[in-house]
Design a protein around this ligand. Structure first.
Ligand code: THU
Length: 131
C-alpha cells in the first residue's frame, strides 16, 4: 500500500470518530500478522468514562476477524502535538503485539513520529507473565 493510500485509510477511520464531547477525533489502524489492516475510531459516551479510544476499536475489529497478533499500529489526529496512544491503549496493544511492533503517529497529512511499543511501555505486563 502506498503512503497516500495509508493516509487515506487513517483519514477515513478518523472521519468515523464519534467525539461530540472532546471534539478530538482519532483514527487508528492496526496491521495483523497476516498483513491485513484493521481500522477504528474513538467512540465517546455521555457518561464520559464509558467512551473508548480509536486503538481499542481497531483491536476489536482485528480480533473479530480472527487475528490475535499485530506488528504495527498507526494513529492519526489533528493538532500541534504528536498523538501517541494513551496509557490504557499501550497496555491493550501489548496484549497482541509481536516483538518489535512499531507505533506510527500521524497528523492529518503526514507521519510525525515513530516509536517502538517497547519504548512507549517499557517493562510492560503481558500475557507471558501468566503462563
Ligand atoms: N483518544 C484516542 O482515541 N486515542 C488516543 O491515542 C488518544 C486519545 C481519544 C479518547 C477520547 O475520545 C479523545 O481522544 C480525547 O481524549
Amino acid at each position: 500500500m502506498t503512503e497516500d493510500a495509508y493516509l487515506k485509510l487513517l483519514a477515513e477511520a478518523l472521519s468515523r470518530a464519534y467525539a461530540p464531547y472532546s471534539m478530538f477525533a482519532v483514527g487508528a489502524v492496526v496491521r495483523g500478522e497476516s498483513g491485513r489492516l484493521y481500522s477504528g475510531a474513538n467512540v465517546e459516551n455521555a457518561a464520559y468514562p464509558q467512551g473508548w479510544c480509536a486503538e481499542a476499536s481497531a483491536l476489536a475489529a482485528m480480533v473479530m476477524a480472527g487475528e490475535t497478533r499485530l506488528t504495527e499500529v498507526a494513529v492519526m489526529a489533528d493538532g500541534d502535538h504528536v498523538c501517541t496512544p494513551c496509557g490504557g491503549c499501550r497496555q491493550k496493544l501489548k496484549e497482541f503485539a509481536l516483538p518489535g511492533t512499531q507505533v506510527l503517529c500521524y497528523s492529518l497529512d503526514e507521519l510525525r513520529a515513530t516509536f517502538s511499543l517497547e519504548a512507549l511501555l517499557p517493562h510492560g505486563f503481558g500475557p507471558e507473565y501468566l503462563s
